[in-house]
Structure formats: structure tokens, C-alpha cells
Design a protein around this ligand. Structure first.
Ligand code: FRU
Length: 485
């Protein structure tokens, strides 16, 4: 039964969304094929699952302002990863154990019911935090019944920064990994086990700052996700507190992965080095699911906490941020490759092809290759020292062959000065770009590297141009992409 308080909060949220609707929807930077909240702030993808054939994407949502606060869970459903329909609010922070937010978590099928595990965030009058790991279940996948906390104690030696349970079933038992912080400020991922999905035993930390082979590696680990990929195991996590190191860790917080082997008995996760999943400006708190075809699909938040958050130009229209497109993960050796879900091809229209273009000099445009909502594939058959693509005068990709560096430049949202993100790249063979009204996602060499970023080009400028420092041959394919969510 829904409590009076919950009903009230839901009504308030819907009223807010309704009242800001015309302002939000009139914003030309509103995205066309990315998931957004109806208004306010969206952050982490949550409860990402294919359940009884339908894909469910929940998300952290603050309907009351374009900042963080007591989060709700918004909800979308899709049958094909392309057409999404908004659903009733899944969770509103109405009960004592979640009054300051139904924080991030995951979804599984437990006893035939769609079951959400999430963190109830509570702050007392002095600002002291408590965290409860909670359950809500649904028969129809749309209406959820809260069952309250299933883990209500903090593990010994850890602070109340204890959140984001990711649950899965393995060898007939339930497991969850959860983000945690030790009392001496080390970010770690803890493993729990359960036979029935309700009573949980803490098995201890499986990876983290201060645990071999890592030394200092952040003061908090958010949104851990542990899963098999290829013949290995992967831990995706969003550590906070890494210092910039050359081209690495340039954003306020990072999201990346370790490849290794999970030993459920010890328990331990034996792993190699951390690698960032994304080289762009806005990418954080990704979550994966495995679908009925066995694909491991990742969706991230196209934002980073505290990073330029109050400078987004959409804030004056009552909304901020979005999620990334779904990406299929594959393991090549010890590296994750990301490929846009193949279903996204259904968005393509108006194909333009320029085969074997002989490129020379800068600022070269190609007939039909321009726009604001599009996909662009560039195959480069060349060893020129410098190659670049300019995107609507607002962002630029530059490959410097000698330095073996790929750079994404864009204009800062506030001062308009150029800022950049970079990665090491020996060879540039191909680029696949997904451009939405105010976002770009760049898949390099079939997904070896990805750059994700927001950008806010002037609305009239649809110009895309190419440049090279010497003769280069390339093939360019372009599609306009159709509006979806
Ligand atoms: C990550 C995060 C999570 C938390 C949620 C709150 O962006 O901080 O750790 O559960 O956002 O919205």
C-alpha cells in the first residue's frame, strides 16, 4: 500500500514536471535520442535490466531542482533499445529509511517479481548520514511495493558512505557488490551473499584503495558493478579522489574498470590496473546488464558530480543532464571495447556516402555532411601527421600521429575558453560519432576508446569540416538520426 506521504511526494513531483513542461520542451538543446528526466536533474542509470522481454531503465531524478537532493527513481521501458516510453515514478523518497533520497541501485528477477535494490539515504538534523539497503518489488514491472531495508547495519570499520548495491545470481546464490568507504577514508567495494535475496551476509571487501595491488586509490568508490565478460571478470566502478595524472583522471571523478578473476570463496577479486571507460568530459556512474541475447550492455550518466553542473545552459529552462546511448561491451585481451547497441541503426535516415575522398588541407566540407542530430562514420586510410574534424564550431577532434594522441576540444560552458581531454592512440583507423543536439559520443577504432561529452553549439551552425596536414584518403558515411524517447 502506498503511504499518504508517498502519494503526496509523487503528486508534487508530477506537478513540478507538468508546470515546467513547456519551458523544458521548448529548449532547443533538449536531446532527441537520449534518455532524460522530464525536468530537474537526472543522474545515475539505475535498475538496468531486461525483464520478461522488456528493457527497463530507471534513473536518479530530482524533480524539484536542477541540483542534487532527495532523489526519486524515474522509469523508462523499451522493447528495442530505441523507442522508450516513460512510466509512472518507480520510487519516491517517502519513508523514514530513504527520506533524503532513494539512491542508486539495481534490479533482478526475484521469485518472478521485478525487484529493485537501492540505498535509502537519511540525514539527521545535524547532517549525519545513515544508509539503508532496501528492496521494492513489482508484479507488473511498473508498480512497486516497498519492503524496507534488508541491510540496515554498517559493516564494521566503514562510514555511512555505503551505497549503490548491484545484485546478481551466480551458482544458485545471490551476491551483491556495494560502494563503501573505510573509516580511514579508503574507497572499497564490498561483497555480500544471500540464499533468498533478503538475508545478507557481509563477505568483506573484494577490491579497493589500500587492497593489493592498489595503494591509495580514492576516498570513496561509488556504483560498483561486477560481472563476467569473455573469459574474465570485470569490476566497473566510479572512484572519487583520484588526482590528475598526465592525460588520465582529468574529470572531477572517474569511471573505469579492472579486469581480473573473482574468487567467490575467499572472497577476492584478483585484478590488474584501472582503466578509464571514457576519455571525454561527461561520463560517470555507468551500470551494465546482460540481456536475453547474452549481450553485456552499459549505460552511463552523461554528467559528473560537481563538474560544471551549475554552468549548463539548460538550467535556466529547468532541466539538466541525460544518459548515454546503450553500448555493448566486449573484452579484447584485458581491454574493454564499447560498441553502440546495433539497434541504434534503426534511427538512421537519409544516408550520405562519400567514398575514397582525397582530403588535403583544412576546413574541407562534404556535400550533405552537416547537421545537428546525426551519426557519422569516418574510415581513415592514411598516415598523415595531423587529422581533424570540426563539429559545429564548438568541438574538435584532433589526431596527432607523431605524439600518438587523440584530443577532444570543446568550448567551456561558462567562459567559452577551449578545454580538452586526451588519450594515447597509436593509430587512427576509424571514428564513429553520435551527435545529438547537445551531446557527442565518439567511438574510436571500433570502440577501443570512447569520448563522451555535452556541448552547446550555436543553433544555426550545422557545419562539419575535415582537415589533414597532408594528402589523406577517407570514406565518410552520414545519417540523420530520428527523434526517439
Ligand atoms: C553517483 C551517486 C551515487 C548515489 C547517487 C545519488 O553519482 O553519488 O553514489 O547513490 O549518485 O544520486
Amino acid at each position: 500500500m502506498m503511504t499518504e506521504k508517498e502519494k503526496q511526494l509523487r503528486d508534487q513531483a508530477l506537478k513540478e514536471a507538468e508546470e515546467s513542461r513547456s519551458r523544458v520542451e521548448a529548449d532547443p538543446y533538449r536531446l532527441r535520442f537520449h534518455l532524460m528526466s522530464p525536468n530537474g536533474l537526472i543522474n545515475d542509470p539505475n535498475g538496468w535490466i531486461q525483464w520478461n522481454g522488456a528493457y527497463h531503465m530507471f534513473y536518479q531524478w530530482n524533480p524539484f531542482k536542477t541540483g542534487h537532493g532527495a532523489k526519486f527513481w524515474g522509469h523508462y521501458i523499451s522493447l528495442d533499445l530505441v523507442n522508450w516510453t516513460h512510466q509512472p515514478i518507480a520510487l519516491a523518497p517517502s519513508e523514514w529509511y530513504e527520506k533524503n533520497g532513494c539512491y542508486s541501485g539495481s534490479a533482478v528477477d526475484l521469485d518472478g517479481r521485478l525487484t529493485l535494490y537501492y540505498t535509502g539515504n537519511v540525514k539527521d538534523d545535524e547532517g549525519n548520514r545513515s544508509s539503508y539497503q532496501c528492496i521494492a518489488q513489482s508484479e507488473d514491472g511498473i508498480h512497486f511495493e516497498k519492503q524496507g531495508p534488508v541491510i540496515d547495519e554498517l559493516p564494521e570499520g566503514f562510514t555511512a558512505h555505503f551505497r549503490d548495491p548491484k545484485v546478481w545470481k551466480q551458482n544458485g546464490r545471490w551476491y551483491l557488490v556495494i560502494g563503501a568507504q573505510t573509516e580511514d577514508m579508503k574507497g572499497q567495494a564490498l561483497l555480500y551473499r544471500s540464499d533468498d535475496g533478503r538475508e545478507w551476509t557481509n563477505l568483506g571487501p573484494v577490491a579497493g584503495s589500500g587492497l593489493a595491488p592498489l595503494q591509495d586509490f580514492g576516498y570513496m568508490w561509488e556504483c560498483p558493478d561486477l560481472f563476467p565478460l569473455g573469459d574474465k571478470d570485470v569490476l566497473v566502478v566510479s572512484p572519487q579522489g583520484l588526482e590528475p595524472e598526465g592525460m588520465h583522471y582529468q574529470n572531477v571523478y572517474q569511471a573505469g574498470y579492472f579486469v581480473g578473476e573473482l574468487d567467490l570463496e575467499s572472497p577476492a577479486f584478483h585484478h590488474g590496473a584501472f582503466d578509464e571507460l571514457d576519455r571525454g568530459f561527461e561520463f560517470y556512474a555507468p551500470q551494465t546488464t546482460v540481456d536475453e541475447n547474452g549481450r553485456r550492455i552499459l549505460v552511463g550518466w552523461m554528467g559528473v558530480p560537481d563538474q560544471q553542473e551549475d554552468q549548463h545552459p539548460t538550467i535556466e529552462n529547468g532541466w539538466v543532464h541525460c544518459l548515454t546511448i546503450p553500448r555493448e561491451l566486449q573484452l579484447h585481451g584485458d581491454r574493454i571495447i564499447q560498441k553502440p547497441a546495433e539497434e541504434l541503426q534503426a534511427l538512421r535516415a537519409n544516408e550520405v556516402v562519400h567514398e575514397g575522398v582525397a582530403l588535403k588541407g583544412r576546413d574541407v566540407t562534404l556535400e550533405g555532411v552537416s547537421g545537428d542530430v546525426l551519426e557519422l562514420e569516418v574510415d581513415l586510410n592514411s598516415t598523415v601527421p595531423l587529422f581533424e574534424i570540426d563539429l559545429r564550431g564548438e568541438a574538435r577532434l584532433i589526431f596527432d600521429r607523431e605524439a600518438a594522441v587523440l584530443t577532444l576540444e570543446r568550448k567551456n560552458f561558462a567562459d567559452r575558453l577551449t578545454e580538452k581531454r586526451q588519450c594515447h592512440l597509436e593509430e587512427l583507423r576509424s571514428l564513429r560519432l553520435f551527435l545529438d543536439t547537445s551531446s557527442l559520443e565518439v567511438f574510436v577504432n571500433g570502440g577501443e576508446e570512447v569520448f563522451t561529452a555535452r556541448y552547446f553549439p550555436s543553433l544555426e551552425n550545422h557545419r562539419i569540416s575535415f582537415g589533414s596536414s597532408g594528402p589523406a584518403e577517407m570514406t565518410v558515411r552520414k545519417w540523420t538520426l530520428e527523434s526517439r524517447p
